[in-house]
Design a protein around this ligand. Structure first.
Ligand SMILES: [Zn+2]
Length: 450
């Protein structure tokens, strides 16, 4: 007798981008059968009318073991997250993996080692505009090397946050990631509007290293200044020349980051014509309040660790970017307290399915699921996940394609952490993390060590 059978659902085969009505049987945390048979099971879940898909793999997260962020991710169908993005991560990955394995976590976690905040600080670079010395660069390479040996998924850069990073430093990080055959996800630097230099800079570095480049939250980087289309053309051209370059994006154009970062310094705001009235406090006691100069000064200098959302970009550019065959879904979800944050923490995947598949019909159901599962699994070489086949891990999401809906709103308009509708079941390694729409507070997620 198997543990669970999901009967009569529309099962997505992401390898062929097809689907068929079938039963899916799960035993000991693995998928054991997908067929018309109804195997005897300890529990039978009627999946008629639901789509049965591999659990979503979120390549751009900042969960890093945070409990509430994990809950919100599970509720939107994510069963694996890649943390430590944008240059911000734990540095002792050996200890971090051991800690996460000991306590357990609701979903599976791969983890990057981060350059631009974490390694730079660790080697004593206080000024984000300072260039690393040769000795500091060597010290960072040693940190990265240790983390990669401990199983980090790659090296993340957040050049926007460390404008002083020079080419030697970037090349050293790209080289060590490539040496281990791991990913280099990059939150590119942004000097001004219409900036494509940031893209050429990273493509050139990736070409020198020969490694795999993942352009992080691409729409946040290039939407709204008339730059997205040319930026996509640059990536198309690089891929046509055989470069190993990929991108991820979420379903929003309005990005969030810490008030104290270089992104929100006076000169950057001026250079990019950002307006205080287009910004809203996303965390802390001013959550949901639009900024003015006074509140900007207060957050920037007194509360630099609080987050600000900047309204920007053109929504149609999200759809344009995510239709590219090398574009995969991600959230950029971070660790926030209840009632705070950016709606991407709770609404990204249901919004993707609602907008791209149901309302605008820009992607077929199966292709959309592929962008949330197999494509990210292949990009990060995650074994045993991203596909529904016997022998694969039982990471599943069941959703109602006609009802799936994001309810999360920007914090000045509603609840940023409102869970979605239409995702009744989420299973992580054979255990229900969401059961009949109710979060289960389980810890069946594993750490994924390379
Ligand atoms: Zn970022």
């Amino acid at each position: 007798m198997v543990d669970v059978v999901f009967t009569g659902g529309r099962v997505v085969d992401v390898r062929t981008c097809t689907s068929r009505i079938a039963n899916v049987a799960v035993e000991h945390g693995k998928i054991v059968d997908i067929s018309a048979h109804e195997l005897p099971a300890k529990r039978v879940v009627d999946a008629a009318g639901l789509v049965v898909a591999p659990g979503f793999i979120d390549v751009h997260g900042h969960l890093d073991g945070h409990a509430y962020a994990g809950q919100l991710s599970a509720m939107q169908g994510i069963t694996t997250t890649v943390g430590g993005n944008c240059g911000l991560s734990p540095l002792d990955l050996e200890g971090w993996f051991a800690g996460q394995a000991r306590t357990g976590y609701v979903i599976n976690q791969a983890e990057l080692v981060g350059h631009s905040f974490s390694m730079r600080r660790a080697v004593g670079i206080e000024d984000v505009n300072a260039r690393a010395s040769a000795a500091q660069t060597d010290a960072m390479v040693r940190i990265a090397d240790r983390a990669l040996r401990a199983g980090a998924a790659g090296v993340s850069l957040g050049l926007d946050y460390a404008p002083g990073s020079g080419l030697a430093e970037i090349d050293a990080m790209a080289a060590i990631a490539a040496e281990y055959g791991r990913c280099l996800p990059v939150h590119t630097r942004l000097f001004t509007q219409n900036d494509l230099y940031s893209l050429y800079e990273m493509l050139a570095a990736a070409k020198r290293s020969g490694g795999r480049l993942l352009l992080s939250h691409f729409v946040y980087q290039y939407s709204g200044f008339g730059t997205l289309r040319p930026a996509l053309d640059v990536v198309d051209a690089a891929r046509a020349k055989g470069m190993d370059v990929w991108m991820d994006s979420g379903m929003y154009t309005d990005w969030a980051t810490y008030a104290g970062t270089a992104t929100f310094d006076e000169q950057t705001i001026k250079d990019n014509s950002l307006r205080f009235g287009d910004m809203v406090a996303a965390t802390g006691k001013y959550t949901g309040t639009r900024l003015n100069r006074e509140l900007y000064e207060l957050l920037r200098h007194k509360y630099p660790d609080e987050s600000i959302i900047c309204y920007s970009g053109e929504p149609y550019e999200i759809y344009e970017a995510l239709q590219k065959p090398y574009a995969m879904m991600s959230t950029d979800a971070g660790a926030y307290a209840p009632g705070e944050g950016h709606p991407q923490i709770a609404g990204s995947y249901p919004r993707f399915l609602r907008k791209m598949v149901r309302e605008k019909r820009l992607l077929g159901l199966e292709e959309a699921v592929y962008k949330c599962t197999l494509l990210p699994a292949q990009t990060y070489h995650i074994p045993g996940k991203g596909v529904l086949e016997p022998g694969y891990d039982a990471d599943l999401v069941l959703f109602d394609r006609d009802a799936v809906r994001d309810n999360a709103k920007m914090p000045d308009k509603g609840e940023p952490d409102a869970p979605p509708d239409g995702i009744p079941y989420v299973m992580v390694n054979g255990v229900f993390a969401v059961d009949d729409g109710v979060f289960q507070n389980t810890r069946s997620g594993c750490v994924i060590r390379y």
